[in-house]
Design a protein around this ligand. Sequence first.
Ligand SMILES: Nc1ncnc2c1ncn2[C@@H]1O[C@H](COP(=O)(O)OS(=O)(=O)O)[C@@H](OP(=O)(O)O)[C@H]1O
Length: 290
Amino acid sequence: HPVTSRLDPGQQKLLRKAGSFQEDLGAVVTNGSTQRLPQTIIIGVRKGGTRALLEMLSLHPDVAAAENEVHFFDWEEHYRQGLGWYLSQMPVSSPHQLTVEKTPAYFTSPQVPERVYRMNPAVRLLLIVRDPSERVLSDYAQVLHNHVQKRKPFPPIEALLARGSRLNPDYKALNRSLYHAHLRAWLRFFPLRSIHLVDGDRLIRDPFPEMQKVERFLQLAPQINASNFYFNKTKGFYCLRDSGRDRCLHESKGRAHPRLDPELLRRLREYFHEPNKKFFKLVGRTFDWH
Ligand SMILES: Nc1ncnc2c1ncn2[C@@H]1O[C@H](COP(=O)(O)OS(=O)(=O)O)[C@@H](OP(=O)(O)O)[C@H]1O
């Protein structure tokens, strides 16, 4: 080779190494390992248990999950960069694997359903919901924590929730728990059969049966086992066991919730009574929220 022959032996050796390295890469490519756009997305709901769901789904060998929240469809600075950017955020997967990402903000962002539809109208969506009142408390605990970390003041939950004798409908955490309203936006683009609902309260209490349903919805071979889950008393939650390795979710998952005055808690639950009924009607099933 005219060029390589002019190189000294050391450099030639390096080049040959690079060559064989490229052959290795070639083998990887013929294996079919590459990044793929997600065929399934966990769209929310925020504080519903989206991280637990993603981690539990990752137990399946045929699932490749994006580690971080991607925020492609809801953040303009990301969406502007196009699907090529989105693809670049995805994990390497083999042909038999499903790629999945979770961004809980998608569920409540009005511009997102149409954008997801334009990427792939056949995408399979996972939505994990939780008792809406409990979700509000969890949402508050999260935002409070962020403020405390930045040493910024944050009002007590009562100040955000109540406006005189009524609940404050402008409090964002309340709005995010109006599942029926947000789901309607998705149903303008996707049939209900494209959206699998995961019961977040059941996923906390007994994750395995919920995960079996997810496997079925995604048409994955049943590979997740009861033995993949064990209850950790210290954590107070189920943790994961994967090929002998035990791990619990991050300490930010499973926080203490603010204790509400019983009367305010009653009003909070009552606030969601009608919206819940609408949601149950929309999805053709009920959840054990009171
Ligand atoms: N196995 C297990 N371990 C720990 N935590 C679990 C688990 N399963 C579900 N959860 C619940 O997940 C809640 C956090 O939800 P998300 O991951 O969706 O939150 S976020 O929107 O991404 O911030 C989190 O809410 P909080 O309890 O309010 O912290 C948990 O209740």
